[in-house]
Design a protein around this ligand. Structure first.
Ligand code: SF4
Length: 420
C-alpha cells in the first residue's frame, strides 16, 4: 500500500505524524508526496476545526482515511470513507497487509458511515519515537486515558482507563535526550495524567506538563522558577467536585502562596458557560490579596465544549451563560495584581464546535459546516431551532449534575489486544 498524508501547514512536525511515519516504515507502508500515486489519502484530525481540511481531502479522488483524536466524532464518517478509531499500531500493521484499499473495512477499529467499530486502545510503547519539537524540547508518547474522568473530557471517556509505559522507558528516554543535547534537552512525557512521582532525581530533565493543584501543593519537588499549567475549570467547589477535580478554596490559597514562594508563573485553565458572572467573580476572592504583579497567574477561559461520548454530550447549548472576562479581571485586579485574564473566544465559536461535533447526517453536517464563521450566537441557535433542533441538545446543568462520570456508559466499545 502507498499512502499520501494530506497535512496542513507545519503538521508534519507534530508528534503524531512522526509516529505515523515511523509506523509506515516499520510495517512496510510506502509514503508518497504525490497524491495521484497513492492508494489512499490519510488525514490526522486532532480538533473539530480541522473538518475543513478533512473535507478538502476528497479532492484527490482517492479513498480518504481519517484518524486522530477528533476522528471519534460522528461527522468524520460523513466526510471520510474510513475512520480509524483509537490507536494506530494494530491498524498500520493490518493496513500494510491488505491487498486492496476496500479490504480496510475488515480492520476492527475502522468505522464507516454504516459500519461501527471498536476503539483500539493498544499502544506499542516500544515503537514510540522521541521527537525533537523545539531547541530544547523532546516529546515521547507515554500513555493515554485518565482515571479522573472529568465530565466534559472526551479524552478520558474515549478510553477505558489510564495506561502508561513502564517507568524505565522514561528513564531511558531521559538518558538519550541528555546525551543527544549535551545535558540541555528536556523530555515532555506526553500523557493525560502522570502516574509517576520522580522526586528530584530526574525531574530537572523533564519538561513540565499539566499538573493538578492538589498534586503540586503536596509535592516535595523543587519547583523553583518552573512554569506551571493546571486546570481549575469551575468557579464553585460544588462544580469542581462534581464535574472535575475536587479543589477546595483552601487548596487555592495554598497554591497561590506556594507558587509565589517558588517563583512559578502559572497558567490556569477555566471553563465558562455553566456558572454565573457573580460566581466567577467570587472565585477571585480565593486568590487573596497581593500588590505584586509577579509571578503571574494567567487565567485562560474557554466556553464549555460538551463533546459526544461524555456525560456532557447532550447539554443544551441554549443554556450556556455568557461570561465577561474583562469584568472578572476588573474584579480581581482590585485585590490581586498577580492574576491576569486571557481574552475568551467568542461564545458562537463554542456553539459551532458543539453542533459540528454532534452532526450525524449529511444534512446536519453541511448545515453546521456552513455556520463555521458565524459570530452571532443567537443566530446559530435560531437557525438550529428552525432546521436541526437535535443539534442543540436537551439537558440542563441540573440534569448533568445527576450523571455519574465514573460509571458513564458512552456507548463506545473498546479493545486492547496486540494483533501482531
Ligand atoms: S484531569 Fe480531567 S480533563 Fe484532564 S485528562 Fe483527566 S479527565 Fe481529562
Amino acid at each position: 500500500m502507498t499512502v499520501y498524508f494530506h497535512l496542513y501547514k507545519n503538521q508534519e512536525r507534530e508528534y503524531v505524524i512522526q509516529l505515523l511515519y515511523k509506523l509506515c516504515k516499520h510495517h512496510g507502508i510506502q509514503r508518497t508526496y504525490d497524491a495521484d500515486a497513492a492508494d489512499a489519502v490519510f488525514v490526522s484530525m486532532n480538533d473539530i476545526t480541522l473538518i475543513k481540511h478533512l473535507r478538502e481531502a476528497s479532492k484527490f479522488g482517492k479513498p480518504v482515511v481519517c484518524g486522530g483524536f477528533a476522528s471519534i466524532f460522528p461527522v468524520t464518517k460523513i466526510y471520510a470513507d474510513y475512520v480509524v478509531q483509537g490507536e494506530a499500531y494494530n491498524f498500520m500493521y493490518q493496513f500494510a497487509r491488505i491487498k486492496k484499499v476496500a479490504d480496510i473495512i475488515e480492520i476492527q477499529n475502522v468505522a464507516t458511515h454504516t459500519k461501527p467499530a471498536v476503539v483500539d486502545e493498544y499502544i506499542d510503547y516500544a515503537l514510540n519515537p522521541i521527537v525533537k519539537v523545539s531547541p530544547r524540547g523532546y516529546y515521547l508518547y507515554c500513555g493515554k486515558g485518565c482515571n479522573i474522568k472529568c465530565s466534559y473530557c472526551q479524552l478520558s471517556h474515549s478510553r477505558t482507563a489510564a495506561q502508561s509505559c513502564e517507568i524505565g522507558v522514561v528513564y531511558d528516554a531521559v538518558n538519550l535526550v541528555h546525551n543527544h543535547s549535551n545535558g540541555k534537552g528536556r523530555l515532555f512525557t506526553m500523557m493525560s495524567h502522570s502516574p509517576w512521582d520522580f522526586g528530584n532525581s530526574i525531574t530537572k530533565y523533564l519538561a513540565r506538563m499539566n499538573i493538578t493543584i492538589p498534586t503540586y501543593n503536596s509535592s516535595d519537588i523543587n519547583w523553583r522558577g518552573e512554569e506551571i499549567k493546571c486546570g481549575m475549570e469551575f468557579a464553585t467547589e460544588e462544580f469542581r467536585a462534581k464535574f472535575a477535580k475536587p479543589i477546595s478554596t483552601s487548596d487555592i490559597a495554598t497554591f497561590v502562596q506556594k507558587s509565589k514562594n517558588n517563583n512559578n508563573t502559572v497558567t490556569m485553565y477555566m471553563i465558562a458557560g455553566l456558572e454565573t458572572q457573580t460566581q466567577h467573580n467570587q472565585l477571585m476572592d480565593s486568590f487573596g490579596l497581593d500588590d505584586n504583579i509577579s509571578p503571574r497567574i494567567h487565567l485562560k477561559y474557554s466556553y464549555i465544549d460538551p463533546q459526544p461520548y461524555t456525560p456532557f454530550a447532550d447539554f443544551d447549548v441554549r443554556k450556556k451563560i455568557p461570561l465577561d472576562v474583562k469584568e472578572v479581571f476588573a474584579y480581581v485586579n482590585k485585590k490581586n495584581k498577580r492574576v491576569r485574564t486571557v481574552p475568551i473566544k467568542y461564545i458562537a465559536h463554542s456553539t459551532w464546535r458543539t453542533i459540528m461535533q454532534r452532526a450525524k447526517t449529511h444534512e446536519q453536517a453541511n448545515f453546521a459546516y456552513d455556520l463555521r464563521n458565524e459570530k452571532d450566537n443567537e443566530k446559530i441557535l435560531r437557525r438550529c431551532e428552525a432546521e436541526h433542533p437535535i443539534l442543540l441538545g436537551n439537558k440542563s446543568v441540573n440534569d448533568l449534575l445527576k450523571i455519574s462520570r465514573h460509571n458513564y456508559n458512552s456507548g463506545l466499545r473498546f479493545e486492547n489486544i496486540r494483533l501482531y
